[in-house]
Write a protein that binds this ligand. Structure first.
Ligand code: PLP
Length: 436
């Protein structure tokens, strides 16, 4: 792994906090992407956040382009979301019994997402994809599933094969502890490869329970599906009786209110959600056609449960977030600012003579240090990680917090202004011009 050629710009309190954390938690973190492993150095420790900004232990302010890896589309600590959380907390933090608020959030999700007629709330994106795969296998009575290299669906054993995101970054596409048995029925294909997909369905179609994909990939950096690819995934699964699952944990309520399926006009059989749907609290969801979802216990026989599922505090945060997104949709503004940032970063890289690609859908994007367009994991893997690390640290020095891996998409929020986008482009111009 290449190491950056710049001095890490992390304050002394963050460095000390990381040292302490490393003696207490594996690698000092509770999720690997946070450790800055891909860019070398010690991570910022965050004290608080407001709107588009993060504040670290050393009192430094950063313009945040991670947004908690996706959820914070309204900006941090949105007053109405905070108020809803506080009010819910006062009424008790968990009952283990049904509430009307859960039906409220379910209604919002069903109304927003074209493929969802019935939904089940869970606690994370991982739980959503794990459960959706089980349901697809349960309803079809089949065992095989298809996933794409560089797509990440959480740390589900059967899906931890050539997963993107931190698995890609850390070079552990197959984790120790995941047995051959768990992945034996997972067929791995290349994203955007219509021919490979078609041939696989010709050979194995009748045995494939589910095809799961990120309908815009965030987890190998931002990679955009071709319309042909999504259309082929839809028609091949329909013919074969395979359940098509869109993993919209990242894209749901992000690339459009109704997710990528609304944006691209392709409706899957099932959808998984996380991140924005929980408004920054631990909440995920999976749903789909009623005929599929009604086979989940206790309506049907497929087991899936959770002590904290539908937790009232998380539901309050998610429900308030969706209400605000619907009342005052930020999507046109995010699109406009996204285009402005993509153009600005592209121009800055061109002016610096750096081979690059900017790939963007609305408010998610990646600046790839790569000569060729990125359509799949093999393309992404050829990006220049050492240049990315220099870029990352240069931006940190200028108070801009970008995702700490070439293989992550950046996200921004409705609280990011045009002036902040322009400030980001100016910083990137300086940083890129200095890259060796
Ligand atoms: N699916 C996608 C597309 C994701 O991006 C992620 C997380 O980044 C997950 C699933 C897993 O979600 P969680 O981290 O909430 O378990």
């Amino acid at each position: 792994k290449s190491t950056p050629n710049v001095q890490p710009a992390i304050g002394p309190k963050s460095v000390a906090a990381f040292e302490r954390a490393c003696s207490l938690m594996p690698g000092g973190v509770n999720s690997p992407a946070r450790a800055f492993g891909a860019v070398g150095g010690s991570p910022l420790f965050i004290e608080r956040a407001a709107g588009p900004h993060l504040f670290d232990l050393d009192g430094r302010r950063y313009l945040d382009y991670i947004g908690s890896w996706g959820p914070m589309i309204l900006g941090h600590a949105h007053p109405e979301v905070v108020e809803a959380i506080v009010a819910a907390t006062r009424r008790g933090t968990s009952y283990g019994a049904p509430t009307e608020a859960e039906s409220g959030l379910a209604e919002q999700i069903i109304e927003a997402v074209p493929s969802i007629e019935r939904v089940r709330l869970v606690n994370s994106g991982t739980e959503a994809t794990m459960s959706a795969i089980r349901v697809a296998r349960g309803v079809t009575g089949r065992e095989k599933i298809i996933k794409f290299a560089g797509n990440y669906h959480g740390h589900v054993d059967s899906l931890l094969v050539a997963a993107g995101s931190s698995a890609a970054t850390l070079g552990v596409p197959d984790s120790p502890g995941v047995t051959d048995g768990a992945t034996r029925d997972t067929i791995l294909l290349s994203y955007n490869d219509v021919q490979g997909l078609t041939e696989t369905f010709q050979q194995h179609g009748q045995n494939i329970a589910a095809l799961i994909l990120e309908p815009v990939v965030g987890n190998m950096g931002c990679v955009i599906p071709t319309q042909d690819f999504l259309a082929a995934a839809r028609s091949l699964t329909e013919t074969a009786g395979t359940v098509l699952i869109f993993d919209e944990v990242m894209t749901g309520f992000r690339v459009a209110y109704g997710g990528a399926q609304q944006r691209f006009g392709i409706t899957p059989d099932m959808t998984t959600l996380g991140k924005i749907v929980g408004g920054g609290m631990p909440l995920g969801a999976y749903g789909g056609r009623a005929s599929i979802m009604d086979q989940v216990l206790p309506a049907g026989k497929i087991f899936q449960a959770g002590t904290l599922s539908g937790n009232p505090v998380a539901v309050a945060a998610g429900s308030t977030t969706l209400r605000l997104l619907k009342q005052n949709p930020p999507y046109e503004q995010l699109e406009r600012l996204g285009n402005r940032l993509a153009e600005g970063l592209g121009k800055a890289a061109s002016d610096a003579g750096i081979e690059h690609q900017v790939q963007q859908v609305g408010s998610m994007m990646t600046l790839f240090f790569n000569k060729h367009p990125i359509n799949n994991w093999d393309d992404a893997d050829r990006s220049d990680r050492a240049k990315f690390a220099q870029y990352f640290w240069g931006m940190i020095e200028r108070g801009i917090y970008m995702p700490c891996s070439q293989f992550e998409a950046l996200f921004f929020s409705q609280t990011h202004t045009e002036a902040m986008i322009d400030q980001t482009i100016i910083a990137a111009s300086e940083v890129l011009a200095a890259i060796e």
